[in-house]
Design a protein around this ligand. Structure first.
Ligand code: ADP
Length: 528
């Protein structure tokens, strides 16, 4: 017997149709790079996306073609998301902070046919043009060219029909080792992910929400916000620049209630707020992810009356894997205990299955006992099966994808991420979490940034060395940091050396680049 309900594929064009129909006037505000501001609404976004789909059709773009963007967060970029997918094409959001070799590789590997770019990236585009071999059309997004291009069309077209298992979006990981790898999202995986992400435990979004996503639209599908936002009629406030003064000003004026970004974003906001006395009176939900949120950050936001959703995920998981929601016994916990809960990476929503396996054999499943630490594996409808153009699946026979992360699962399912498999420090057969060391050190008032590396050690295999950037003008010495760490981590975790450096290298997504730091200190030796 077959079911007797309607055919209604889960495709992303349904999201924008819904937003235009039910939340057409809900605003989309953009603060552009030149300081000007515009206001449109979901109905306008859909109308422009229709025109863009038509304009892409006129260029000969058909189902499955790749349409790339090299752009910051703004209304035209949002139009591209729905215009490209509405034309049946696959939206490829390129991270402009990638190195030139990576930029060359991914656009050619994706076989992008069209590139839509911000005027700010014109010098980069001009430089790369001769190296990009498949791009036929270059369209600038914010100097009138985009408007002119789409305004040639009347927008009176149907979306190009696609099925829910067809691909809609392509995102590359920044590739900490080797070439970046493409993750090809489907319409179905994208829509399910978007709907799940709206729930109170994650983005906690509804039509009253005013969201300023600091997470760029080119990073891990902007955590699915442009899709989920349409499903619930969020008011979006976009800023094409990431200056904390601009962000704070916009947040105050537009009464922003929700924001999402990596820890470094919040760090920059705090610096600005401390220097100017600026406040964020309407903010009530802060989503922090992409790397571990330090304790002081969570604590400070909580003291501001903000609910922190500390999220773990990766490009390969669309990207939401877990989020730190309030636990059932939240009201019985002390403030300190509540911060403890939020410092972990939270629990899996429906749709994500997690397990940890032994780091040595990579197959013995570990108990959810709050102590066993192992390789984190994941599966579910919005988790990768195979990288774009790869010959083999990226999952094992049972569908588990190995995340490259190391974590502990607690009895209630809470994930405590401790490291990346390749960064974890192996000392005398035991594991030391580099991330925990770093975060503990970052709590010191004189420390701007800290990174821990496992350095070869004649007796212990590896021992931790902590690299520290002092805050401007701060006068701290190694002994004071060691003393500060003493009651925060196990004694045998304490670094064998603390070295002060001018800066710590970062990846294109703003995370500490252990690979580059390791290369810089490849001659470093510890004595027995
Ligand atoms: P990229 O490597 O290009 O920055 P991803 O966004 O896919 O791309 O990075 C995912 C990785 O970021 C995860 O595998 C994990 O190591 C790290 N990460 C993400 N969120 C968190 C978090 N809340 N805490 C600690 N690490 C995190």
């Amino acid at each position: 017997m077959s079911g007797a309900m309607q055919d209604w594929d889960l495709v992303v064009t349904h999201l924008i149709d819904h937003a235009a129909r039910e939340h057409g006037q809900r605003e989309i505000v953009t603060r552009w790079a030149d300081g000007s501001e515009t206001r449109t609404g979901w109905a306008d976004i859909r109308q422009d996306a229709k025109k863009m789909a038509q304009a892409l059709g006129a260029l000969g773009i058909t189902k499955g073609d790749r349409v790339a963007t090299l752009a910051m967060n703004h209304a035209h970029h949002l139009v591209c998301w729905y215009g490209a997918t509405g034309a049946g094409a696959i939206l490829h959001t390129i991270n402009p902070r990638l190195f030139e070799d990576q930029l060359e590789y991914i656009a050619n590997h994706a076989e992008d046919r069209v590139l839509l770019y911000d005027a700010a990236f014109r010098p980069l585009v001009d430089k790369m043009k001769s190296r990009w071999t498949t791009i036929e059309h270059y369209i600038c997004l914010d100097d009138g060219e985009f408007r002119q291009w789409i305004d040639h069309q009347n927008g009176d077209v149907a979306w190009v029909p696609v099925g829910e298992r067809d691909p809609c979006m392509l995102c590359y990981t920044s590739g900490t080792t080797g070439n970046p790898k493409g993750v090809l999202y489907e319409h179905r995986s994208t829509v399910i992910h978007a709907l799940v992400a709206l729930q109170p435990a994650i983005f906690d979004a509804d039509p009253q929400s005013v969201m300023l996503p600091v997470v760029p639209m080119f990073h891990a599908a902007s955590w699915g916000l442009p899709w989920g936002g349409a499903a619930t009629g969020i008011k979006f406030v976009f800023s094409a620049v990431n200056d904390p003064a601009v962000l704070c000003d916009l947040m105050r004026r537009e009464r922003v209630t929700h924001s999402a970004g990596v820890p470094t974003v919040w760090q920059a906001m705090f610096h600005h707020m401390d220097a100017t006395g600026d406040t964020l009176p309407d903010l009530r939900q802060a989503i922090i992810g992409g790397s571990a949120a330090p304790r002081f950050m969570i604590e400070r936001l909580m003291r501001m009356g903000v609910n922190v959703a500390h999220a773990w995920g990766m490009t390969e998981t669309s990207p939401i894997g877990t989020t730190g929601a309030k636990t059932y016994d939240w009201d019985d916990l002390t403030f300190e205990q509540q911060v403890d809960v939020k410092q972990m990476q939270g629990r899996a929503p429906f749709g994500v299955e997690l397990r940890t396996v032994d780091l040595t054999d990579m197959q013995t499943v570990l108990p959810r006992d709050g102590v066993s630490s192992g390789a984190l594996q994941v599966r579910g409808p919005w988790v990768i099966r195979r990288y774009f153009k790869a010959e083999e699946d990226a999952v094992n026979a049972d569908g588990w994808f190995d995340t490259g992360d190391v974590g502990i699962l607690h009895p209630d399912g809470t994930l405590q991420l401790t490291d990346r498999t390749k960064d974890v420090i192996k000392s005398g057969g035991e594991w030391i979490s580099s991330v925990e060391l770093e975060n503990a050190a970052m709590g010191h008032p004189a420390v701007a940034e800290a990174a821990a590396l496992g350095m070869p050690h004649p007796r212990w295999d590896e021992r931790p060395v902590l690299f520290v950037v002092r805050k401007q003008g701060a006068q701290v010495e190694a002994a004071a940091i060691a003393e500060f760490l003493a009651d925060k981590v196990a004694k045998w975790w304490l670094p064998d050396a603390i070295e002060f450096v001018e800066d710590i290298p970062h990846t294109a997504t703003g995370k500490i680049s252990k690979k580059d730091l390791r290369a810089r200190f490849s001659d470093y030796r510890l004595s027995a």
